[in-house]
Design a binder for this molecule. Structure first.
Ligand SMILES: Cc1cc2nc3c(=O)[nH]c(=O)nc-3n(C[C@H](O)[C@H](O)[C@H](O)COP(=O)(O)OP(=O)(O)OC[C@H]3O[C@@H](n4cnc5c(N)ncnc54)[C@H](O)[C@@H]3O)c2cc1C
Length: 400
């Protein structure tokens, strides 16, 4: 179908939607709220093999970014190794999960979108949209408008499109964790570069991995049961983050304290959320995808992957069904069960990071037994997440 699409949001799902739609013969313009292309979040993320498989379907190449992270280890705060496992099954050609800086990823996706003819408009913050019967009209905060046959809300966790589609849509759910992290230099840890090392510390979760160039990339998740207000978060000066984190890891065996001390600039922390079930993903000619529809707690490292998969499936649905309504219904049928299962698993995994001292003992035991069982049987219970492949050329019903 020769539609034109208005895409809201120039993050992962917005830029990739534009690329996927172009491949499906559908034109679009991406409207991003922020001016310019500066992505201020300095953090990194891991694109698991299922995300890389979906990117490959779109001929999007990120192999120049970051580094391979094929395996992960789990360790307790007392320094006991609980197990080691693959970070998803390698793709048939040996491709493994890859860890990249978020800003590099966004820049590359935007360059590749522009390279295949996509227009990205910056400084366009969606405030409202209406279905005009034979099209859709989007209104932006700067007074401009955009028209198309359909509107794709790829506007993230705090999606405006979600509220336009359904004024009663649930918002983000605070997950009881703060995120922070950084890049450490001049510290030698031993161990393999690219190994993702997760430490379930006595008072805080920590994960670190070493770039082949020696830089140590890390994140920490201090638990905070009550959601801090933006003012409370803003009131913590940078040096206080460092002191707080070093104190949280003081009683742990392991490198967390040394890594934090070797980090020049610690990210100002941000709060963790998910969006478990949004009852309405679409109304008329408007639909939400990515975090706007199903934000996943970072604990499972799959939010970006789900957003990427969404774009491939939505493009095939728009290409292969007779009208927008059936494309959206088919899309939801193909995606809802999988993404909600992933969000649920992310929530459960996140819950393991917030346990008190008594509950930590059975948790470590369960993890250790689970990892041993996995090593013995080769049966990874997360395989359904990683082994997912979307068939671009086949009938859409096979895309699950
Ligand atoms: C700490 C942390 C670690 C994570 N780690 C991983 C990981 O390891 N692996 C993984 O796969 N995922 C990870 N994720 C999740 C991943 O980052 C998100 O799932 C992914 O970015 C979602 O992509 P998106 O395009 O839907 O939203 P976003 O990337 O957030 O993009 C939304 C875009 O919409 C724009 N926008 C917002 N409102 C408007 C508006 N009104 N008008 C126009 N534009 C608007 C925003 O400026 C933004 O550019 C992590 C997330 C966090 C917070």
């Amino acid at each position: 179908m020769a539609y034109t699409a208005v895409i809201i949001g120039g993050g992962i799902s917005g830029t990739l939607s534009a690329i996927a739609l172009r491949k499906a013969g559908i034109d679009s313009i991406v409207h991003e709220a922020y001016d310019g292309t500066a992505d201020n979040v300095g953090a990194f993320l891991t694109l698991a093999v299922n995300a890389l498989d979906a990117l490959r379907t779109l001929d999007v190449d990120i192999s120049g970014l970051g580094f391979d992270t094929p395996r992960m280890t789990l360790t307790s705060g007392s320094g006991r190794k609980l197990g080691e496992m693959a970070y998803g099954t390698a793709l048939p050609d040996g491709t493994v999960s890859r860890t990249v800086k978020r800003a590099d990823l966004y820049r590359t996706l935007r360059e590749q979108a522009v390279g295949c003819g996509v227009r990205i408009e910056y400084g366009r913050r969606l405030v409202d949209a209406e279905d005009t019967g034979d099209g859709v009209l989007a209104r932006f905060a700067d007074g401009t408008t955009a028209e198309g046959d359909l509107l794709i809300g790829a506007d993230g966790l705090r999606s405006r499109t979600r509220g336009i589609i359904d004024a009663h849509a649930p918002g983000p759910r605070y997950a009881g964790l703060i995120n922070t992290g950084g890049y450490a230099h001049g510290i030698t840890l031993g161990g393999e570069p690219g190994m993702m090392n997760a430490i379930f510390g006595k008072r805080c979760f920590f994960v670190h991995t070493t770039h082949p160039n020696g830089e140590v990339w890390w994140m920490a998740n201090p638990a905070r049961a009550t959601e801090p207000t933006p003012a409370e978060m803003a009131a913590i000066p940078p040096e206080e983050w460092r002191a707080w984190l070093i104190d949280l890891f003081r009683r742990d065996r392991g490198p967390a304290g040394a890594i934090i001390a070797a980090t020049d600039k610690i990210f100002t922390g941000w709060k963790t959320y998910d969006v478990p079930t949004v009852p309405r993903w679409h109304r008329g000619r408007m639909i939400i995808i990515g975090d706007a529809a199903h934000a996943t707690a970072p604990s499972i490292g799959q939010g970006g992957a789900m957003a990427i998969e969404d774009t491939v499936v939505l493009a095939t649905c728009l290409r292969d069904t007779p009208d927008i309504a059936s494309a959206f219904t088919t899309y939801e049928r193909l995606r809802r069960e999988r993404v909600e299962r992933v969000v649920e698993q992310g929530n459960r995994t996140g819950g393991w990071k917030t346990l008190g001292p008594l509950a930590r003992i059975p948790r470590d035991l369960i993890m250790s037994l689970g990892m041993k069982h996995m090593a013995r049987t080769g049966n990874d219970p997360s395989r359904w997440i990683y082994d997912h492949h979307i068939d671009w050329d086949g009938p859409i019903r096979r895309s699950h």
